[in-house]
Design a protein around this ligand. Structure first.
Ligand code: FES
Length: 142
């Protein structure tokens, strides 16, 4: 009788272990980890003296593509590079001095205001700080 109880106990423990080994990886796969990507609040993007007038570049601000434009007067504009219509990446047109979206002909001015086409709202604006010839973009509105 004692031997039978002992063997039954071993089988129950083995069954629980097997069940746990099968369920644990499934739960680990389904539950996302606690730590996400670090939040970016400011970013150095290069030297002002090396950034040509009437030109632009797109940089990654964390996960957000941001378009940095230096207009003909030397003023800097940092705007989200994602169109507010259907999330296409916008481009700076040097000849027209405008930001255009090639997907559906959306047009924005250098302040990010939507001028024509389907985009329903302006591009998000980022603040630009110049510190010792270094261009810094921050998430605070300018
Ligand atoms: S996605 Fe830009 S105009 Fe449609």
């Amino acid at each position: 009788m004692e031997r039978r109880k002992f063997i039954n106990g071993l089988m129950v423990i083995g069954g629980i272990g097997t069940l746990g080994a099968a369920i644990y990886p499934v739960v680990e796969y389904l539950v996302p980890p606690d730590s996400g990507e670090p939040t970016v609040t400011s970013l150095k993007v290069g030297k002002l003296s090396e950034f040509e007038m009437n030109s632009s570049k797109i940089i990654k601000f964390g996960r957000i593509p941001v378009m940095l434009i230096r207009d003909e007067s030397g003023e800097l504009h940092a705007l989200a590079a994602t169109c507010t219509h259907l999330d296409c990446i916008v481009q700076y047109r040097q000849d027209a001095k405008q930001i255009v979206c090639a997907c559906h002909n959306g047009v924005f001015d250098l302040k990010g205001r939507n001028l024509s086409g389907p985009p329903p709202k302006p591009l998000e604006e980022f603040a630009v700080i110049i510190k010792d010839d270094e261009i810094i973009i921050t998430s605070q509105k300018s």
